[in-house]
Design a protein. Structure first.
Ligand code: FAD
Ligand code: NAP
Ligand code: SF4
Length: 672
């Protein structure tokens, strides 16, 4: 008897059967745009080998104006069909199934040629869209149908028609973006005509033995979004039009409510999908912040859906399902929902990958070949641990030293931050994985050069030391470092000044203002961000707006740079950190000079002329002024004539994060 009976039960679709209840949701990786079809094929084949029942590709444009950006991948020609066939063949050979997503971006397309139901510019795009006339709408439908037919010719098992997240079809559904007065606008029956017509004509064109998934926005999270009645009406009409499966979309891209970031509670929106269960007779898929087999199993056991969609977890670990089946859930590299290497890359026009798995989308380039070497690694932070796992995968004999009595390095501080609880799972995974890989761990052991003699390679991953900001009075009893606060459990007063507004300054501020973490309490989180039941409030936005819990301390966050605080935070998540602190009343002050600290608090002035002397009255001042490389052991080794490889913070501390540390550790070992 498996631990995940619901998750691992096949799903019979009549003309075909899915081997379990797991869908890999669509992700734009940027791979298709490289035109390296072998690389695309290997990406999907690795996930097919890992046991997922059905995968959905990144969005494919049906035509030039529907592309998310100029040059976005699509299926435009016979040559494209044979390229995509390389992918589908490789997936089928690996025992998998794959559907192609048809994504028309409408007014979200980053192009002056973008089209939409009405000329209403999106807040997240600089381009006002052109309103389509009747003929233009027919062209869009035909192009989407043609894309589906080509997908079938290319060997795909189905298509997913993207109808959520505020893209083209979604834009027809709500009066906020559809101001038309013809048969495509006005009443809801008219507004939903386009998505229903697309599904109907796609089904007509592809025949019965082909999967047609429709991704339906269950909760728009925008003003004047769909009502729940409209969602159900659409779902029934889409079923009648011939869809095989309904997938869930949560929130438009322009919504100001986080939907997939790490601070969003696990399975935060499965209760929404559950409302649709019983309303339609085709399978319903739920999604968002499902990242372990147990969470997925619980979602299904609770009757929230017939199937779960997980996307980013398959970047973190292509073998997610196979490991769940084998009873090795603790060896699944977890998606921590950080967005740092996936979405942040996509929005920077870089190939996506994964913070915890740099091989993701780099399968043909980052390979770990067999080796017999012996390797010593000092430091069991993310840099050292990733190096250790890569070395073990190569067959090397690995010894890891850490002066701490637990592995994880700074991840053990990150996990204390409210909203970053996923880091607990990452450290747990590393613990299980290094044990399973046979790595020798020497914890509570400060490594010396003598420990490191006799190994083929020595890797120094000793991390960082906090930067000394040299502020007068910083040795006083009212001054703490971020390490005292996050690790040492130091007592912190009711009013606090935080010096430094980098990633750690923001995290420390969050830690200091938050009582119980809303990430651990779904009802509180929904209240904090103003999410309501779509059955009672249009689009799922509570009329009273966000209602966060009161801050437990008064915090002022400071930096010397005269620019917006948090500018360097993650591209897709920085706004969430800023909004969360603002909601808690954290004051953000830039452009300061730190003059001195005394019993009154922190004395600052502004600008080069050191004007406007001001006292930030505070019981406690916390230093988060950046970090410097901890290289003392590396230097001592060099003196002894041993040349180590230096990685992570020990190499370069500036702009260091776990993504760079893990990537560097893995790549170094691949090159040894
Ligand atoms: P470290 O994690 O610092 O590990 C170094 C290890 O070396 C330590 O365990 C130390 O004990 C050991 N060591 C040092 N000298 C010796 C010696 N002589 N002998 C034996 N052992 C030794 N990054 C992100 O990407 N995303 C985030 O959301 C994020 N949040 C963070 C939140 C906080 C509060 C903090 C503090 C950091 C956060 N980071 C985040 C940064 C991330 O944790 C670091 O970039 C990363 O841990 C650096 O990895 P590392 O392996 O180089 O060093
Ligand atoms: P950081 O991002 O470099 O920020 C350091 C802060 O200290 C800045 O606000 C800087 O601003 C200030 N500072 C620098 N020198 C100073 C000085 N001499 N005196 C006073 N203030 C000074 O570093 P961090 O916050 O320590 O974070 C360390 C690393 O962990 C970062 O590289 C970060 O990427 C990573 N991290 C990432 C996340 C994440 O969510 N991705 C979260 C936490 C940490 P001014 O120079 O303007 O004063
Ligand atoms: Fe998940 Fe972060 Fe990896 Fe993206 S980069 S897949 S969010 S762990």
């Amino acid at each position: 008897m498996t631990t995940y009976p619901h998750l691992l039960t096949p799903l019979n679709l009549g003309f075909t059967t899915l081997k379990n209840r797991v869908l890999m949701g669509s992700m734009h990786t940027g791979l298709e745009e490289t035109r390296d079809w072998n690389r695309v094929a290997e990406f999907y084949a690795a996930r097919a080998r890992g046991g997922v029942a059905l995968m959905v590709t990144g969005g494919m444009a049906p035509n030039a104006e529907g592309g998310v950006f100029p040059g976005a991948a699509g299926l435009f020609s016979d040559q494209d069909i044979s390229n995509h066939k390389i992918v589908t063949d490789r997936v089928h050979d690996a025992g998998g199934k794959i559907a192609m997503q048809i994504l028309h971006a409408g007014r979200y397309a980053y192009s002056k040629d973008c089209v939409a139901p009405s000329p209403v510019k999106s807040p997240i795009s600089p381009f006002p869209p052109k309103a389509l006339d009747e003929e233009g709408i027919e062209t869009q439908i035909n192009d989407m149908v043609t894309a589906a037919v080509r997908a079938k010719q290319a060997g795909y098992d189905g298509v997913e028609v993207m109808g959520s997240e505020g893209y083209f079809l979604n834009q027809f559904l709500v009066s906020h973006t559809n101001k038309r007065e013809d048969r495509w606008g006005g009443t809801y029956e008219n507004r939903m005509r386009l998505p229903v017509e697309v599904v109907r004509r796609v089904r007509e064109a592809v025949g019965t033995d082909f999967i047609v998934i429709y991704r339906l926005s269950m909760i728009d999270l925008i003003p004047n979004g769909s009502t729940w009645d409209e969602v159900v009406t659409l779902a029934k009409a889409i079923e009648a039009a011939g869809a095989t499966i309904l997938n869930t979309g949560i929130g438009w891209h322009e919504a100001r409510i986080p939907t997939i970031a790490t601070s969003v509670p696990r399975r935060a929106f499965t209760w929404v999908t559950k409302k649709l269960m019983g309303e339609v007779n085709i399978p319903v898929i739920t999604s968002n912040r499902i990242n372990t087999p147990q969470v997925a199993e619980d979602v299904l056991a609770d009757g929230c859906a017939d199937m779960v969609s997980m996307a980013r977890p398959f970047l973190a670990d292509p073998d997610f399902v196979a490991k769940a089946e084998a009873g090795q859930a603790d060896l699944i590299a977890p998606c921590i929902a950080c967005n740092q290497a996936c979405l942040d890359h996509t929005f920077s026009m870089k190939i996506a990958s994964c913070l915890v798995n740099p091989k993701a989308a780099h399968e043909t380039e980052l390979m770990l070949t067999p080796s017999q070497k012996t390797v010593a690694i000092v430091g069991a932070g993310p840099a050292g641990l990733s190096a250790a796992l890569a070395a073990a995968e190569r067959g090397m004999t690995v010894t890891v030293f850490d002066r701490a009595t637990e592995i994880g390095g700074q991840l053990n501080m990150a996990k204390q931050v409210p909203g970053k609880e996923e880091f607990w799972g990452l450290v747990d995974y590393y613990r299980a994985a290094v044990a399973q890989a046979g790595v020798t761990l020497k914890l509570g052991h400060t490594a010396t050069p003598d420990d490191l003699v006799g190994f083929d390679d020595v890797i120094i991953a000793t991390g960082v030391t906090p930067r000394d900001p040299q502020i007068e009075g910083q040795d006083g009893p009212n001054v703490l470092s971020y390490i005292d606060v996050l690790r040492g459990g130091a007592e912190v007063g009711k009013s606090v000044a935080v010096i430094g507004a980098g990633g750690i300054g923001f995290d420390v501020a969050e830690f200091l203002v938050t009582g119980e973490s809303p990430t651990e309490n779904l009802d509180e989180w929904l209240e904090e961000w103003g999410v309501g039941d779509p059955e009672t409030t249009r689009g799922g936005l509570r009329p009273e707006g966000p209602e966060p819990e009161a801050a437990i301390r008064n915090v002022t966050l400071l930096q010397r740079k005269a620019q917006k605080l948090g500018k360097g935070l993650g591209k897709t998540t920085g706004w969430i950190h800023r909004a969360a602190l603002k909601m808690k009343g954290v004051e953000m002050v830039g452009g300061v000079n730190y003059e001195r600290i005394d019993a009154q608090g922190l004395h600052v002035s502004f600008g080069e002329a050191r004007e406007r002397p001001t006292v930030i009255e505070a019981d406690t001042i916390v230093l988060c002024a950046g970090q410097l490389p901890e290289r003392s052991l590396a230097d001592a080794l060099l003196e002894k004539g041993i040349t180590p490889h230096v990685i992570g913070g020990a190499d370069v501390a500036a702009e260091l994060d776990a993504k760079r540390a893990i990537d560097q550790g893995t790549r170094l070992v691949a090159s040894l």
